[in-house]
Write a protein that binds this ligand. Structure first.
Ligand code: FEO
Length: 393
């Protein structure tokens, strides 16, 4: 039994083997579904449950912790990796009531077929006494669903933040023990899950700033006993500042686009720009997402396939548009054999980002001297743009 504080136990599940989250996101380091018991002098609450396929492990942990009665099943989020075991919990603890906000209540009824009378709703900043422990509910919406909520355990100064501040990492450490190691999984999680919601992230950081927090306990990955570390990281990632970095996601069928991507990367490096280049046929999209957190410019490289972009390039453009990074500039490089609408199609796929498009370089066949000159001009234009916004060191 692992304790965050006196009578506050971690009873969730470490998923060492999961390789793909939502059938989309690669998980090189697994994940965890965190669930916490808060045992007050009068009542006991379980904060979040686990992915339903792991319910037996949750039950085993509850038994090991000697939890024979639960009064409140707190649901901070409707998504099934945290709510999915609630029906089993209600069978095991039939007198318990689910405690959540009205939006999440509606989701739990839709997703899990819970009954109206099984659920109690709480308002923002409402408190629930467990006797010698007090839960304060703090609405933290849109990180990353509309109903997401946190709960603050006043006596122990623990903020249970659900997905906010989470990491996809399977670790036996209850708390972050090595901040260098913790940083990348946390940034990967932010990039994949939270980046589209940068404004709500910043609003919620502001909202929790009046709480005296000793521990942040998210619903994935280890807890933080130095909350400033992860709050400051989130504030930087979600803040408006971009870095003097260019991300080049590219795919190449016969080498022309690869040659151009490599040439542009070298030209940018020579000019003092940081470059992160990703070959899209075998990319870990989590690594690409991490690079998109800070970059000022995105240059997509693609050959033409049946007049449009290569499907891997289209996928990267679509994903980038979904993740809504704070990049300011974009361009496109690539090649075609006899005709191409690739630039127009890629531009429309990233149109949601409202990027300033720098003149693309698209060549017929393999790049020639004048095409490499055009790539040098593109590198110069990117440097000029970075200078204009004051990020070129
Ligand atoms: Fe970890 Fe949005 O669920």
């Amino acid at each position: 039994m692992r304790a965050l504080a006196d009578n506050v136990y971690s009873v969730g599940v470490i998923d060492w083997d999961l390789k793909l989250f939502d059938r989309l996101i690669p998980l090189p380091d697994g994940t965890s579904y965190n669930s916490y018991v808060v045992k007050g002098s009068d009542k006991t609450a379980l904060i979040d449950s686990v992915e339903p396929e792991h319910v037996d492990e949750l039950i085993a942990h509850l038994v090991a912790a000697g939890i024979d009665k639960i009064d409140y099943l707190v649901a901070l989020h409707g998504e099934q990796d945290h709510s999915g075991a609630l029906p089993d919990m209600l069978v095991l603890y039939p007198d318990a009531r689910v405690v959540t906000n009205p939006k999440c209540k509606s989701m739990l009824i839709d997703l899990l077929d819970l009954e109206d009378e099984q659920i109690i709703t709480v308002e923002d900043r409402e408190v629930l006494s467990l006797g010698d422990k007090t839960l304060e509910f703090v609405y933290t919406p849109w990180v990353h669903w509309p109903e997401t909520m946190s709960v603050y355990l006043k006596e122990d100064r623990i903020l249970f933040s659900c997905d906010l501040f989470g990491s996809h990492i399977a670790t036996s450490d209850l708390f972050v023990s090595d901040k260098c190691q913790a940083y990348e999984p946390a940034k990967r999680y932010y990039a994949e899950i939270m980046m589209p919601y940068r404004k709500p992230v910043l609003n919620n950081i502001k909202k929790i700033s009046d709480l005296d927090i000793a521990i942040i306990a998210p619903s994935h990955g280890p807890a933080y006993d130095d909350p400033k570390f992860i709050i400051d990281a989130y504030a930087e990632w979600a803040g408006g500042e971009v870095k003097n970095e260019v991300v080049i996601p590219y795919v190449s069928m016969h080498g022309s686009t690869k040659e151009m991507a490599d040439y542009l990367a070298d030209a940018l490096i020579e000019r003092g720009v940081t470059v992160k280049i990703f070959e899209l046929a075998e990319v870990d999209i989590g690594k690409l997402a991490i690079a998109l957190v800070d970059a000022a410019t995105i240059v997509i490289g693609s050959p033409t396939v049946i007049v449009g972009p290569h499907p891997h390039a289209a996928n990267a453009a679509f994903l980038t548009n979904l993740l809504r990074p704070k990049a300011k500039f974009a361009s496109i490089i690539g090649s075609y054999g006899w005709g191409s609408k690739m630039v127009d199609q890629l531009c429309s796929m990233i149109s949601g980002l409202k990027l300033d498009l720098i003149e693309p370089v698209v060549v017929k066949g393999a790049a020639k001297n004048e095409d490499f000159d055009a790539l040098d001009v593109l590198a110069d234009r990117i440097v000029e743009k970075h200078k204009e916004i004051g990020i070129f060191e």
